[in-house]
Design a protein around this ligand. Structure first.
Ligand code: ADP
Ligand code: ADP
Ligand code: MG
Length: 771
């Protein structure tokens, strides 16, 4: 028992120990619970504190951020703006005043005006800037509005979270109370501790879970608070930046104000300066006016005295004026009367002038006719047909030695006489004029001039160059480029004459060039020089001849003539290989037509100037030429003898003139007959070897000339044309000139006719000179 008692006692002790242990554990747990609840309470407390802090912070922030401050600021700015505006208005008023003053006392181009303009510009700029600042202010207002809105939102959210927290707290406190109750119950029921402990353990896990939840919730809320803080910080930054811009704007405004003040000060200064200037100007003007006034006063005194003296003069003047007025009233009547008489006088004078004019015109016409008659008479006296001789100088072509010796001599006293030494005998000839070798082209032309001018008066003129080949025919007619012959000079003379008469006359000068070779006529200026032209009677019944198809060039200047000559020459050169040979066997004609119209009388004139370079007169037949050469010679001789016949017939005034016997005479018919004038230029070579041809030419010349001596002597002198005698030409070809029927006994070498004629001519001259 003792053992079991001991054992029981031991057991009792162990149980007591165990109970103690359990009690300790319980107290420990209780303590634990208490500390936990305390801890929880502390946490809740801290959270509450934090909440309070946050609320305080929020309120602080609100007070800091709150519209009130920004609004105050804005209001301040607006007030300042208003003040500035008023100041500006005041300034503008001042400006207007100033401008008005300026208008009253304008000063042009003064620097103040320019400065004023500058200031106004600045003012407008300032106004613009003020406008801008105002706009910025409005923007800032808007921003502040937005920020306050956002703050209200944040507050709302904060309230929500606070409400949530309050709920949570309540829940937690409720649970704490529950757990305290359970602890109390546990205390009251220590027997059931084990069980309770278990339940407590279970509940404590639950509490732990709830704690965890709350903790996480707390964390979340803290995070949110952090975020809100960040937002707040951002807002603060924005606020700071807006404050900064505001400060800047304010600085600008102060700057502008300062500028405005400066401008105002300047303006005041200027105004003062202007005022001074104005005063000065007024003073000056005043002093000047005083001086002028004095002068005017003096003048006035003078004028007054003058006025006193002038009054009687005025009286006489008014009297004069009245009398003049009366005269003026009478003047128109007087004027009309005088006008009427003057008109009558004038018409009478005009009538007189008319009658004298008519008389003069009649006289002029009569004089014209008389002049023409006189001219004709003169020409008739001089002879319509004149024969000149021209001796060319000895040239290189004549060679040397006795053959080239000079066989021609002249009379020192008589320029119409020429002596030829032929076969030892001296034969003398008298022509109308003889040109010695030294005679220039100019001198020759001077003798021809009168003929050419008569062409302008409407006469037909023929100038022939006759002579053997090489005697100088072409030289006389055409000449050289440096020393032109009759052709060019005649045309030049025509031009100058026409120019001289241009006041009353209209003239047209045309030129044609033709060639007669082997009795066929060819146009040298035409497009087809090979074409043979025919001579026809004019269809108008005037009896005039014309050549259809013959080219006529109208010439107006010397250049035109040169062109025409060149053209003709080129034609001739291209037509034959040997120009000289060809030209010596053909007649070259230059036909100049001068058509005139007298503008005052309506009189029309037509004059023709025929310049003919005849074919060589040498006697070819003698040398026994054959074929074409003989035919050529026959043609030449025929035409030359026909020319001789015609001239003879004309000079002897025969009823019939055989123009038709050759192309040449037929073509020149109207230029040889009637009032026409003919010049035969007989060319001779002075060389010894040419004497027989020279003799023939001179005889021809003298015969042509001598015919004029009178019908009886003419008849007596008549003979055949010696140059044609030697030709073996059929008799019929020589034509029906009386010369062909002449006795053949008159040889070409016989000097008698020439001597006879020269003698008779000199007798006639002597008679003339003796009276
Ligand atoms: P034609 O025409 O009669 O056959 P040209 O007129 O051809 O003769 O003259 C022959 C040569 O004589 C030419 O070289 C020309 O220059 C020259 N001649 C003719 N007459 C004169 C003169 N009066 N003065 C100078 N040279 C002349
Ligand atoms: P038409 O003009 O009637 O045809 P022309 O006058 O030409 O006639 O004359 C023809 C020919 O008759 C010419 O050769 C001319 O010499 C000749 N002939 C005409 N009449 C005469 C006359 N009265 N005397 C001499 N020959 C004359
Ligand atoms: Mg010639």
């Amino acid at each position: 028992v003792m053992a079991s008692m001991a054992h029981l006692q031991k057991e009792k002790l162990r149980l007591q120990e165990e109970l103690l242990e359990l009690q300790e554990k319980l107290t420990a747990r209780e303590n634990n619970e208490l500390s936990l609840s305390l801890q929880l309470q502390g946490q809740v407390e801290t959270l509450k504190e934090k909440l309070l802090e946050q609320a305080q912070e929020i309120s602080r922030l609100r007070s800091e951020l709150g519209g009130t401050d920004a609004e105050k600021h804005r209001d301040l700015l607006a007030a300042e703006n208003e003040r500035l505006r008023q100041e500006m208005k005041a300034c503008e008023g001042e400006l207007r005043e100033l401008r008005r003053q300026q208008q009253q006392a304008p000063c042009h181009d003064c620097p103040h005006l320019q400065e004023n303009a500058g200031l106004q510009e600045q003012l407008s700029q300032l106004q613009r800037e003020a406008e801008e600042t105002r706009a910025k202010l409005v923007e800032l207002d808007l921003e502040v509005q937005q920020k306050t809105n956002r703050l209200a939102e944040v507050e709302l959210r904060l309230k929500d979270s606070l409400a949530e927290r309050a709920e949570e707290e309540e829940r937690l406190s409720r649970r704490l109370r529950d757990s305290q109750e359970t602890i109390a119950s546990l205390k009251s029921q220590p027997q059931q501790i084990k069980y309770i402990i278990k339940t407590v353990e279970v509940e404590s896990t639950k509490a732990k879970q709830a704690l965890c939840e709350t903790q996480s919730r707390n964390q979340y809320l803290q995070e949110q608070v952090g975020m809100q803080k960040q937002v707040l910080k951002e807002m603060e930054q924005q606020l700071q930046s807006s404050q900064k811009t505001e400060a800047q704007l304010r600085a600008q405004i102060t700057m502008y104000e300062a500028e405005l003040e400066r401008a105002h000060g300047q303006m005041l200064e200027e105004m003062q300066a202007m005022e001074e200037e104005k005063n000065r100007a007024i003073e000056e003007a005043f002093s000047r006016a005083q001086v002028e006034m004095k002068a005017v006063h003096e003048n006035l005194a003078g004028v007054r005295t003058n006025l006193l003296t002038l009054q009687p003069a005025l009286r006489t003047l008014t009297h004069d004026y009245n009398s003049l007025k009366r005269q003026v009233r009478d003047f128109p009547l007087l004027l009309q009367e005088t006008l009427r008489s003057a008109r009558a006088e004038i018409s009478q004078a005009v009538e007189e002038v008319h009658s004298t004019n008519r008389e003069l015109l009649r006289k002029y016409r009569r004089e014209l006719q008389l002049r023409k008659k006189c001219h004709n008479e003169l020409v008739r006296l001089k002879g319509n047909i004149r024969v000149f001789g021209r001796v060319r100088p000895i040239t290189k072509e004549d060679g040397e030695g006795p053959e080239a010796a000079n066989a021609v001599t002249f009379d020192a006293d008589d320029d119409a006489v020429l002596h030829l030494l032929h076969k030892g005998k001296q034969v003398s000839f008298e022509l109308d004029k003889v040109f010695p070798p030294q005679a220039s082209q100019e001198e020759v032309f001077q003798e021809v001039q009168a003929l050419v001018t008569s062409c302008i008066d409407g006469y037909n003129v023929c100038i022939f160059a006759y002579g053997q080949t090489g005697a100088g025919k072409t030289y006389t007619m055409e000449g050289t480029a440096a020393n032109p012959g009759i052709n060019q000079r005649a045309l030049q003379l025509l031009f100058s004459e026409v120019r001289g008469k241009a006041a009353d006359w209209d003239y047209a000068i045309t030129v044609s060039a033709a060639e007669i070779y082997n009795e066929s006529l060819r146009d040298l200026l035409g497009k087809e020089p090979q074409e043979k032209l025919e001579i026809k009677l004019c269809p108008d019944g005037s009896g005039q001849l014309y050549v259809p198809g013959l080219t006529e060039f109208r010439v107006q200047s010397v250049e035109d003539i040169n062109k025409v000559f060149e053209f003709g020459h080129v034609k001739r050169v291209t037509e034959c290989t040997n120009l000289n040979e060809h030209s010596s066997r053909s007649h070259a004609l230059l036909i100049v037509t001068v058509r005139g119209l007298d503008r005052s009388t309506g009189l029309r004139t037509t004059g023709k100037l025929n310049l003919v370079d005849l074919a060589g007169s040498e006697r070819v037949g003698r040398s026994g030429a054959e074929g074409s050469r003989l035919r050529e010679a026959q043609h030449i001789n025929k035409s030359l003898s026909a020319l001789g016949d015609v001239i003879y017939a004309l000079r002897s005034r025969q009823g019939h003139v055989p123009f038709r016997n050759s192309k040449l005479t037929y073509l020149l018919q109207d230029s040889l007959s009637g009032d026409s004038k003919t010049l035969m230029m007989v060319q001779v070579s002075p060389a010894e070897k040419n004497t027989s041809e020279t003799l023939c030419s001179l005889k021809f010349a003298e015969r042509v000339r001598s015919v004029e001596l009178g019908p009886v002597s003419r008849k007596a002198e008549l003979g055949s044309w010696p140059s044609q005698e030697h030709l073996e030409v059929p008799k019929g070809l020589l034509g029906d000139s009386p010369g062909s029927a002449a006795p053949p006994g008159r040889g070409h070498a016989s000097p008698s006719p020439g001597q006879l004629s020269s003698r008779s001519a000199s007798i006639r001259r002597k008679l003339h000179t003796s009276g």
